[in-house]
Design a protein around this ligand. Sequence first.
Ligand code: SF4
Length: 242
Amino acid sequence: MEGPRTDRHDRRLPRRALPAVEGPEYLPARLLNEFVYCPRLFFYEWVEGVFAESAGTVAGAPRHEEVEGKADPLPPAPEADDEPIHSRTVGLGSETYKLVARIDIVEGAGGAVSPVDYKRGAPRDGDHGPEAWPADRAQLCAQALILRDNGYTCTEGIVYYNGTNQRVRVVMDNTLAEETLRAVTDARVVATSGRIPPPLVRSPKCPRCPLVSVCLPEKTAASAAAPRVDSGEQLALFPKSG
Ligand code: SF4
């Protein structure tokens, strides 16, 4: 699993709740990112509808607003010809993979395009230079799979890290596609299991997680490890009245 890559930390309580997911649905690529980062975080957001805006999200917001404020339509693949494409805030779905995404920028020419995803923070240090974090790679690959399923050729994508102003190229090879689709399957299994995954143990990701104040990973782990005393009675959550 990857280490922390961005400032996800926020001590505020969740600010809004989204509808819970009860069965197979179109999985947003953004939430696949969360699943790869931490399955428990994904469960909170997609199944329990808990969402907290992190300090990092707020810091990255102007950049996203800048992108969103200049939305251009993406020409359908058969009509793309050889014209340059530079479309912003592209919403697309894939029937094949049951994925949806809102892609910051789709750029290219003709039917050959690349998704560009903006991230706050910095890339990780790889053996051969800066690399996209695994969760960001999975999200970008999900976007590429969606573009392919809509008739485009997509062999690479770009993650743009605002913290360092670096464009990091990600090659969309078969290995990444297989890993991404496996993560999609695993995410659905977790979502439909009805059981929230346990917290990460002493993970450097947690201090940057937007839901750390909800998850309380250390207290939760300590509580799970403590011996339980079973009185044999159920808790009276709703005392009888009258
Ligand atoms: S605080 Fe840690 S274990 Fe809890 S959801 Fe966030 S990353 Fe996962």
